[in-house]
Write a protein of this length. Structure first.
Length: 140
């Protein structure tokens, strides 16, 4: 199901009206963080399940940028019950944030982000980071 207009407006507000990958303010589109399968999802995505990406980055997150999108929390694996468990890396914050149901992006330290990611994905997150060249707190 498509995102509700109010949720999309709140998502852009939260994300500073910028693409969460390249920071552009143009051609912004709604990214459903949790990959949906055939037939889509039965309910519209929540704000925690939503992200602002430009048209170009949104498409690339399904293609050549899939690994970095998972490493940075722009995409969330379908089986993750609560997408709020997966933090997001924002270029405009130069760091990580935890998304709340109230529509906030709360700054968190990289070590906390890494801990949250490993709780959800285990060592797979470190593999994505290594593949995509994403810095982890331990590996500069
Ligand atoms: Zn972009």
């Amino acid at each position: 199901m498509r995102v509700q207009a109010a949720t999309w407006a709140d998502t852009k507000d939260r994300d500073n009206d910028q693409c969460a990958r390249c920071s552009t303010r143009y051609s912004l589109t709604h990214q459903h963080r949790r990959a949906v399968g055939m037939g889509g999802s039965p309910t519209p995505p929540s704000i925690v399940d939503s992200l602002t990406l430009c048209f170009d980055c949104n498409g690339r997150c399904e293609r050549d940028l899939q690994t970095i999108a998972l490493a940075y929390g722009w995409k969330v694996r379908r089986w993750v019950g609560d997408p709020g468990r997966v933090p997001v890396f924002y270029p405009h914050l130069h760091g990580w944030a935890r998304l709340t149901k109230g529509g906030e992006a709360l700054r968190i330290h990289a070590t906390e982000a890494a801990q949250m990611m490993r709780e959800v994905y285990g060592p797979e997150w470190d593999q994505w980071c290594a593949e995509a060249g994403v810095r982890t707190p331990e590996r500069k």
